[in-house]
Every structure is written in structure tokens, then in C-alpha cells.
Write a protein that binds this ligand. Structure first.
Ligand SMILES: Nc1ncnc2c1ncn2[C@@H]1O[C@H](COP(=O)(O)OP(=O)(O)O)[C@@H](O)[C@H]1O
Ligand SMILES: [Mg+2]
Length: 146
């Protein structure tokens, strides 16, 4: 037993896609505050499906997910949840080529209408493995592009 705060709880999660593809079959999961967890499994075993449900990007066929004590199914303001509660880094970078590297990093702040100086103070971010993007003002580096 631990008295740490439960951040993510999944109860009997099932996900069936059209074509009767059963991606998740009764997943139970508890993640506590401060835990660092890797979800591993072969391609097609349901990792992305599970993350999509935790991140409120998709809905389970049955079962329930709680994040920070809140039932994901009951969230009214998904924009707020996605910008303040869960950070989701996609497998593909999905950077917007028309925005600079810094603006791409700042996208989650748009909903909060924070000044860009609150993201990193005076130091612009250097995202990913694409090599240095001077001052974050470059558009996504060529190595980001697919
Ligand atoms: N949108 C979808 N429609 C139909 N089947 C899907 C969809 N997304 C994933 N699947 C199927 O669900 C199963 C689990 O996929 P996925 O969660 O992407 O696995 P993983 O991330 O572990 O590779 C696979 O059989 C996959 O083909
Ligand atoms: Mg995947």
C-alpha cells in the first residue's frame, strides 16, 4: 500500500474498433504521483489506444478512466483538460510548419492566454532532436519533417 496520490486510474477498460478489433480487453491500471512508467508491448498490442483514452483523445467502449481524480468521460471542458492536466507528445512530431519552433512549443499555452515569456522565462526552448533552432525562431528544422 502507498499513500501517494493516484494520478491515473483505469478500471476495466475495453476498446473495440469497427471491424470487431478488440484493442483493449479489461485493462486495470493505477499510476501514482511521481511514478515514471513505460508501457511496453508489441506493435498492435494497444499501447496507443490506452494512451489515447488516458489523454481524452478517444473514448472507451466500456470502463472508465480517472485522471487527477476526475472521470475523463465527464470532462466538460476538454480544451482546458488537455492544456492544463495532461501533456501528450505524439509519436510523430506533428509540428505545424507555419509556426516557429518556439510557437509550436507554446501551442498548449494559447488556451490559457499566457504571455509567451511565462513558458521558459527568457530562454527559448530547443525542441526535440532536430538540432539547435537558433532562438526557437526557426521554422521546424528539416530533420523534423517527414
Ligand atoms: N482507429 C482504428 N480503427 C480500427 N482499428 C484500430 C484503430 N486504431 C488502432 N486499431 C487497431 O487496434 C489494435 C491496437 O492498436 P494500437 O493501440 O495502435 O497498438 P500499439 O500502439 O500498441 O501499436 C491494432 O490491432 C490496431 O490495428
Ligand atoms: Mg502505438
Amino acid at each position: 500500500m502507498t499513500d501517494k496520490v493516484v494520478l491515473v486510474k483505469a478500471n476495466q477498460l475495453m476498446k473495440t474498433y469497427p471491424g470487431n478489433v478488440q484493442a483493449l480487453d479489461g485493462v486495470n491500471l493505477t499510476i501514482h504521483e511521481g511514478e515514471f512508467l513505460s508501457i511496453m508491448g508489441p506493435s498492435g498490442s494497444g499501447k496507443s489506444t490506452l494512451l489515447n483514452l488516458i489523454g481524452a483523445l478517444d473514448q472507451p467502449t466500456s470502463g472508465e478512466v480517472f485522471v487527477a481524480g476526475e472521470s475523463v468521460a465527464g470532462i466538460q471542458d476538454l480544451d482546458r483538460f488537455r492544456s492544463r492536466t495532461v501533456g501528450f507528445v505524439f509519436q510523430l512530431h506533428n509540428l505545424l510548419p507555419t509556426l516557429t519552433a518556439r510557437e509550436n512549443v507554446e501551442i498548449p499555452m494559447f488556451e490559457r492566454r499566457l504571455p509567451s515569456s511565462s513558458s521558459t522565462g527568457s530562454r527559448p526552448p530547443t525542441p526535440g532532436r532536430g538540432g539547435p533552432c537558433p532562438q526557437g525562431q526557426s521554422h521546424p528544422c528539416p530533420s523534423f519533417r517527414r
